[in-house]
Structure formats: structure tokens, C-alpha cells
Design a protein around this ligand. Structure first.
Ligand code: ADP
Length: 182
């Protein structure tokens, strides 16, 4: 299966994606994790991305799209993958269409995790990641609403809506059921 998981910051995408990738035996490809790995290794991508991540802004598309193209072209992703954090804009969704077309592949579903935004700010502050200060979170929410939320219309035909306000296990069960994998 080729899946995308979308949701506002703090929706629990990473947690659900990790569990789902194990359940379906497909790699979990998180652009946030890829950037953080590049930052900790001090690569040129990491040095550039850090400026944007620290401010809660999107990393420029040319960096992000090339990184995703390389990753989804790796052998372990040949039979499926779960993309988390990409696409994050309509421009990135169009780039993904091209990447998939070049691989002769198509997306199966786009999981949309629906949460109450105020409730999830508390989750993020508790997580304590470097970009989880209140001001940066507020900017990430704004960027989500402006850049990423329009994806839900873009992918209207492929959206599978998930109520993200339950426990981790409840949300995971709901995803598996809606994908017909329970
Ligand atoms: P969260 O799930 O809380 O939104 P992520 O780990 O997915 O956090 O992303 C952290 C940061 O990494 C984002 O705020 C952004 O700066 C950068 N980033 C991640 N994915 C992308 C992307 N597809 N395009 C541009 N920037 C990205």
C-alpha cells in the first residue's frame, strides 16, 4: 500500500504512522524525522533545513522534494510506504504525483487525522521537542491551516477521515478498520 498521513501539528501522525508501518510491513517515511537526522549529522540539507524548522516554517520545496524523491526510490519502498509530513502543500502534492508517475505507482489512500487544535497544543508542549515552544507551535498551526489544509480538498477522492481524539490504540484500530486491515 502507498499511503499518506495528514493532520495538524500534534495530531499524533508520527505515533500512528510508526504503528501502522509495522502492522502493514511498509516503511514509515517521515520528512520531519529525515530533516532531524540530517540536522544531527550536520549535513548540508540539515544546516539549511534547521533555519526553517526552528521558526516553524516550511523547508523550501526544492530541498524537501528531492529528499523525498530519493527516499521513496529506495528498494525498501518498492512495494509500498507510508508518507508522514509530506506532502504539506498543494505544490508538494503535485510533485508527489510526478514522483509516483515516474515510478509507475499510485497512492491508495490519504489518512486525515482530525483533532481539536487547542487540545493538541498541550500534547506538543509536553513532548518538549526543540521546535515545540508555544510561539513556534502557533506558527506551525498557521502554516498548517494556510498551506496544508488545502490538501484535504486536493485529495478529496482519496481521503479516509480518522478521529484522532481517542487513545493511541483506539486511533490505530480505527485506521486499520477503515483500511480494511483489521
Ligand atoms: P509535526 O508533525 O509536529 O508537524 P514534523 O516532524 O512533521 O512535525 O515536522 C517538523 C518541521 O519539519 C516542520 O515544522 C517543517 O519546518 C519541517 N518539515 C517537515 N516536513 C516538511 C515538508 N514536507 N515540507 C517542508 N517542511 C517540512
Amino acid at each position: 500500500m502507498r499511503l499518506v498521513i495528514v493532520g495538524p501539528p500534534g495530531a499524533g501522525k508520527g505515533t500512528q504512522a510508526e504503528l501502522l508501518s509495522e502492522a502493514l510491513s511498509i516503511p514509515h517515511i517521515s520528512t520531519g524525522d529525515l530533516f532531524r537526522a540530517n540536522i544531527s549529522q550536520g549535513t548540508p540539507i540539515g544546516v539549511e533545513a534547521k533555519k526553517y524548522i526552528d521558526a516553524g516554517d516550511l523547508v523550501p520545496p526544492e530541498i524537501t522534494i528531492d529528499m523525498v524523491r530519493d527516499r521513496v526510490g529506495e528498494p525498501d519502498a518498492a512495494n509500498g510506504f507510508l508518507l508522514d509530513g509530506f506532502p504539506r502543500s498543494v505544490e508538494q502534492a503535485e510533485a508527489l504525483s510526478t514522483i509516483l508517475a515516474d515510478l509507475g505507482a499510485t497512492l491508495d489512500s490519504v489518512l486525515s487525522i482530525v483533532v481539536d487544535e487547542d487540545a493538541v497544543v498541550g500534547r506538543m508542549l509536553a513532548r518538549g521537542r526543540a521546535d515545540d515552544t508555544e510561539e513556534v507551535i502557533r506558527n506551525r498551526m498557521r502554516v498548517y491551516n494556510e498551506e496544508t489544509a488545502p490538501l484535504l480538498d486536493h485529495y478529496a477522492d482519496q481521503i479516509v477521515e480518522i478521529d484522532g481524539m481517542g487513545t493511541v490504540d483506539e486511533v490505530q484500530q480505527q485506521i486499520l478498520t477503515k483500511l480494511g486491515k483489521a
